[in-house]
Design a protein around this ligand. Structure first.
Ligand code: SIN
Length: 283
């Protein structure tokens, strides 16, 4: 794909499947309607947007996020004291686990999971710490018609307890403060294939972070189907990989991608600042 230009933004795809780097935009500015529309359309087209060399205060990051909708508060992770919507995601050099270190879609245990997440790089390791993304639209499109037909009739259960129960994987990254909200009440049922509310495109909607069960089939069938789908959904041909630098801002469409924050930088510190935009009920 050739870069497309909508002055002053230049949009350069990262791969033929998903991801684009946008240059010529200063997100600290209050964006014009036309420029915002270009960025919004790029998100719908490419699902993952990368902006380099940004200098952003938390307020400016939040102002950019609010152009897409109301900001969300994480039910389990403590936000910053000044702005509870803002999460400081830190991995310390001696941490064994990092936040988001496995394929997942954010907060699918909510009835209305987030539309998207916006991360700003503050302190990054010299090497490692990339984030991987996988297009769930491409993963869906690669399935056979009989498989698409069967999955189209199914729902799955998503549970916060998988990550946030006492001693669960997401409670173990030491630099993240997890509150004492009981995760037991945070379960949701969503279609296994969701239709994107803005583009009408279909995407697989199960993820390794929170999906616990395919409903309406036997336990063995659920296990087998989930194992197949979770492996299928993150094949290399559906992915892109983002390398971070301080000042990099990445936004992804949580309705059409899964992501995975790699933890391959032992001995180094990583700090990114995250906000999320509220989404709607998957259908
Ligand atoms: C997350 O899952 O939100 C964390 C992503 C990252 O740190 O790259």
């Amino acid at each position: 794909m050739t870069p497309s230009i909508s002055l002053p933004a230049v949009i350069k795809p990262l791969t033929g499947v998903l991801g684009a780097e946008i240059s010529g935009v200063e997100l600290a500015q209050d964006l014009s309607g036309e420029l915002f529309d270009t960025i919004h359309q790029a998100l719908l087209d490419h699902h993952v947007l990368v902006f380099r060399n940004q200098t952003l205060t938390p307020e400016q990051q939040m102002r950019f996020g609010r152009r897409f909708g109301e900001l969300d508060f994480h039910p389990f992770v403590e936000g910053s004291t000044e702005f509870p919507e803002v999460l400081n995601i830190v991995t310390e050099p001696n941490d064994q686990l990092n936040f988001g270190g496995g394929w997942h879609t954010d907060v699918t245990f909510l009835a209305e999971p987030d539309l998207g997440s916006i991360l700003y790089g503050i302190e990054l390791p010299e090497y490692g710490g990339d984030t991987l993304f996988s297009s769930q639209i491409a993963a869906y499109n690669a399935l056979s018609d009989p498989m698409k037909g069967m999955l189209g009739a199914l729902t799955a259960t998503h549970s916060a307890a998988k990550q946030y129960r006492e001693g669960g994987p997401s409670t173990k990254s030491k630099a993240i403060r997890i509150n004492d909200t009981d995760p037991a009440g945070f379960t949701a049922r969503h279609p296994v294939v969701r239709t994107h509310p803005e583009t009408g495109r279909k995407a697989l909607y199960v993820n390794g972070g929170f999906t616990t069960r395919i409903n309406g089939v036997t336990r063995d069938e659920s296990k087998m189907l989930l194992e197949f789908l979770l492996n299928h959904a993150v094949q290399e041909r559906f992915t892109c990989r983002v390398r971070w630098e301080p000042g990099t801002l990445v936004m992804w469409d949580n309705r059409s991608v899964q992501h995975h924050a790699l933890h391959d930088y032992a001995g180094q510190r990583r700090h990114v600042r995250r906000i999320t935009v509220k989404g709607d009920q998957p259908r």
